[in-house]
Design a protein around this ligand. Sequence first.
Ligand code: SAH
Length: 385
Amino acid sequence: PEACGGCVYRHLKYEDELISKHSRVEKAFRQAGLADAVIRPVLTVKRDGEHITKGYRNKGMYPVRQGKSGMEAGFYAAKTHKVIPCFDCALQPDFFGELVREVCKLCDKYRVTAYDEETGKGTLRHIYLRCAADGSTLLTLVINDVKLPKPAAEGLVHELVGRFPSLCGILLNVNRENTNVVLGDKFVTLWGKDHIEDTLCGLDFRLSPRSFYQVNHHQAQRLYEAAISQAEITKNDTVLDLYCGVGTITLAMAGAAGKVIGVEVIPQAVEDARDNAKRNGIENAEFLCADAGLAALELEKQGIKADVVVVDPPRKGLNADTIEALHKMSPRRIVYVSCDPATLARDIKYLTAGGFALQSATPVDLFPRTAHVETVVQLVKETEV
Ligand code: SAH
């Protein structure tokens, strides 16, 4: 665990970790020229009076290697592709480790070898786990082949399903490229379901293994509640949710709004989002599969006026199209959910230069013990302040 470099804060008191994360957000805003921004205290979650700083993740992606006495799984050492064997990551639920250990043993038993990046030989690349809040778990084996030999596939399924009743599906993912990208395009179901089902903010969600989903269920709920309250939606509002994933925020806001539109670039996630609207009987939600910036510009051109816009981009933040579309649409409120304080502060600088006032910035500790910080920001159209 020392070598993988994930838990950079493991030696600090959690209170000190929170102080450090808070000042990191403050510093990012200062460096972007937003010295007056007031950063609120970091939102955390407690269970039975204790902060949850362990076992909180619902996703694990374990690269494997051929060790001296068989297959090993773990994490890449920081900034390398050297696999550090680890079956007991403190941030993952305990049963993830047990399941991964068993997969390695069974691969030895059924002669499935570990893929070697250097030579391009070997079969298993990654063991990918994702679980719902109720523990039901989807296992995906990422392989450098189109299938596993029949005895291996059948043996793995039979033995794993017998030992791990929480499994809801076992999939193969085909990735034959010499690439850093973990998942290939094709999934094959070996057993059970090809997705998991989770409940979040009182709604049911289907998630395909390709779709983005927040890894910390408890804290994600906290984050979304903050985003919803800061959106201050009213019944006639049109809400645009850019970078919507499987529609978590979009659908959680649908009840309060007149209409919600989600935009997401990954087709599987959009399929999930549409299915999720149906599952929850939500009829005022529409999802577009497109680049967020291009879709926002196009909607604006069509005269669709969003009253509230939510953006939740990947680490690189918003592109010029999205900023331009936000300026043109001029919504009453923008809620910006960010996983990178530096790009967030940069974008807030652009947005405040274009007629929006920064109301609040609230860090949320979605990733205790790691260096990552999530922040939710509320911006209001200046004429509305
Ligand atoms: N709001 C969602 C997802 C946030 S993650 C949630 O909380 O679950 C960011 C999402 O943006 C991912 O689903 C990713 O696939 C998507 N994405 C990345 N680049 C994009 C782009 N250019 N246009 C639209 N969506 C994009």
